[in-house]
Design a protein around this ligand. Structure first.
Ligand SMILES: Cc1ncc(COP(=O)(O)O)c(C=O)c1O
Length: 382
């Protein structure tokens, strides 16, 4: 079996992730920040160490400014709904996942104005178009760092600089890039960075988080017990407790911490280089097949390891089903929760066949995927 659905969630997880989770359940299995006994303290230490690891991979100076959530979607909801109020204007792009689009559309009915800046067919946003969309009441720019459909990388340093100059918040969706592409929050001047734990950071599902730059104030999405200031009925105002009500996904966070440590040991630059080489190999191999269309910029230097294609005369779902049944190759087909992106790249409403590369993808797997697509393209009935 060849797993090329890492853009949905990474597989396999490094052995140390499974070990950390098993160790937590077997040897700790107590609540963090709640009790004072030795196991509770051990649980708190594991959570804090995972927070430190995440802070280190993104070059965040203060680990307490990293909030743990269930996934990138919850982090984006916290960033977007927590910051925007009726009368505010927000700018986004036509390359966004529904994790950004849906919270924004929901806020429109509460008086927030949304501008969607059109990207090119290759999936790129022109910073000048973002600048032109700024109005006196613009409060935030929210962008996908790496497309989950065609892999295109946004020019975040330029847009971060623009946002800072104009006094706007920059929220970045790094669901596809965290762990696969170097991210430094000091360099890109990002205010709110949403990440997921279960993709290239190699953690389990049910993990993710939000980095909140110092000075940025957000309304919480939920209120409740934190184990701190238990004498008060009002939510603590300090981080991370302000945004972390209720028992955390402790076993998941133990796994996430181990995943992030794994990624840092391998080196994000090395992972990026490996995936980039494999991405170009995949693109070039697919381009060589008659009847196959590959979407995006076709340049691995400007994209991550996400490659979308279609075979003339076959629906994406037929291709996906046959790749699974006949070649044991697992991928994702359809719209990938991003209808705006497909309208941008010209693949709405049928979508694409998507190969998502991961840390463990090999050259042999890429070659097998190319040959399987070639075989399907040659066998198709026209
Ligand atoms: C670009 C992008 N944003 C957000 C998400 C949502 O991530 P999560 O599943 O962690 O909520 C995904 C997931 O596929 C994604 O690709």
């Amino acid at each position: 079996m060849i797993y090329l659905d890492n853009a949905a969630t990474s597989r396999p997880k490094p052995p140390e992730v499974l070990q950390a989770m098993t160790d937590f359940m077997n040897n700790v299995c107590a609540n963090s920040g709640r009790s004072g006994h030795r196991l509770a303290i051990q649980a708190s230490r594991i959570v804090y160490e995972a927070r430190e690891s995440v802070a280190r991979i993104f070059n965040v100076a203060d680990p307490l400014r990293v909030i743990f959530t269930m996934n990138a979607t919850e982090s984006l909801n916290l960033a977007i709904s927590g910051a925007l109020r009726s009368g505010d204007h927000v700018i986004t792009s036509s390359m966004e996942h529904n994790s950004v689009m849906r919270p924004l559309r929901a806020l429109e009915s509460r008086g927030v104005e949304v501008t969607v800046v059109q990207c090119s067919e290759q999936g790129f946003l022109d910073p000048e178009d973002v600048e032109k969309a700024i109005k006196p009441d613009t409060r935030m720019i929210v962008l996908n760092h790496g497309s989950n459909v065609v892999g295109s990388l946004a020019l975040v340093a330029e847009i971060g600089h623009l946002a800072r100059e104009r006094g706007l918040l920059l929220t970045l969706d790094t669901a596809q890039t965290a762990g696969a592409y170097p991210i430094d929050v000091q360099e890109i001047e990002v205010d709110l960075l949403a990440f997921t734990g279960h993709k290239s950071l190699c953690g389990p599902p049910g993990t993710g988080g939000l980095y909140i730059r110092e000075g940025v104030q957000l309304e919480a999405l939920k209120w409740g017990g934190t184990g701190s200031r238990s004498d008060e009925e009002y939510q603590p105002d300090f981080l991370p407790d302000k945004y972390e009500s209720g028992t955390l996904n402790l076993v998941g966070i133990a796994g996430l911490g181990a995943g992030v440590e794994y990624v840092m040991r391998e080196g994000v630059d090395n992972i990026r280089k490996r995936e980039s080489d494999l991405t170009q190999r995949l693109i070039d191999g697919l381009l060589d097949i008659h009847g196959v269309k590959v979407y995006g910029c076709l340049d691995a230097d400007r994209q991550i390891g996400v490659v979308s294609l279609n075979i003339d005369g076959m629906s994406p779902s037929e291709v996906g089903l046959r790749l699974d049944d006949e070649y044991q190759i697992l991928c994702r087909v359809g719209l990938h929760c991003a209808p705006a992106v497909h309208r941008t790249v010209g693949t709405f409403p049928d979508g694409t066949v998507r190969f998502g590369l991961g840390t463990f993808t090999t050259e042999d797997e890429i070659d097998a995927a190319i040959e399987a697509v070639r075989d399907l393209a040659e066998k198709r009935k026209l």
